[in-house]
Design a protein around this ligand. Structure first.
Ligand SMILES: O=C([C@H](O)CO)[C@H](O)[C@H](O)COP(=O)(O)O
Length: 210
């Protein structure tokens, strides 16, 4: 099981400072959608240059022009790029095709997908690398989490790795781990903790002993 740190509410220097503190405990660093909106793909480039040993995920949440946008994120140095599960199959297919050319990986974010099992099965057959259930900020504000959705995709996904994101904290991580995802994505559970190093290292222990 791997641990991904999501950086959402920071600028580039702040993002680098956070990663410097916790780099020993994480496998993947995510340049979150709000950072890409504020800073562009420069943020991906800056992170990859500063931490070449870490995998960098660009959370573009692609909805159209899959091939082109994956190409641009790849040029910036992203190792993994996100595409939305609610997008058309042609978009996901284009993203996967371009990722294969560039030796990159595609994660499909299942945020707002209604029929989770049916869509996860279809997306798995498109050859994506990760399928991620996700309760976004707006869902979290309404008290939602994706623990049940993780169990649902685990029942049907055969090829892709499974991932979970959205509001995971140190105290809820053990419940998440019980469902055995391949990747756990944590943003505020680390960046909002008073002791970043402690939160990240405790999370790593739990994830790696699973
Ligand atoms: O993808 C995310 C969200 O939609 C904002 O872009 C976050 O990276 C994801 O939810 C993980 O962050 P936390 O919920 O703070 O753990």
């Amino acid at each position: 099981m791997e641990l991904q740190l999501a950086l959402d509410l920071v600028n580039i220097p702040e993002a680098k400072a956070v990663v410097k503190e916790v780099e020993a405990y994480i496998d993947i660093v995510e340049i979150g959608t709000p950072v890409v909106i504020n800073e562009g793909l420069h943020a991906v480039k800056a992170m990859k240059e500063a931490f070449p040993h870490l995998k960098v995920l660009a959370d573009l949440k692609i909805m159209d022009a899959g091939g082109y946008e994956v190409m641009k994120a790849s040029e910036a140095g992203a190792d993994i790029i996100t595409v939305l599960g609610v997008s058309d199959n042609s978009t996901i297919h284009g993203a996967v095709e371009e990722a294969r050319k560039q030796n990159k990986k595609i994660m499909v974010d299942m945020i707002n997908v209604r029929n989770m099992e049916e869509r996860a099965k279809e997306i798995d057959a498109l050859g994506v690398d990760y399928i991620c259930v996700h309760s976004g900020y707006d869902h979290q504000a309404a008290g939602k989490n994706s623990f049940e959705e993780l169990n649902a995709i685990k029942r049907v996904v055969k090829q892709a790795k499974t991932a979970i994101a959205g509001g995971i904290k140190l105290d809820t991580l053990p419940e998440v781990i019980k469902a055995n995802p391949d990747l756990v994505i944590v943003g505020g559970g680390i960046t909002g903790h008073q002791d970043l190093k402690f939160a990240a290292s405790e999370m790593r222990k739990l994830v790696k002993q699973a």
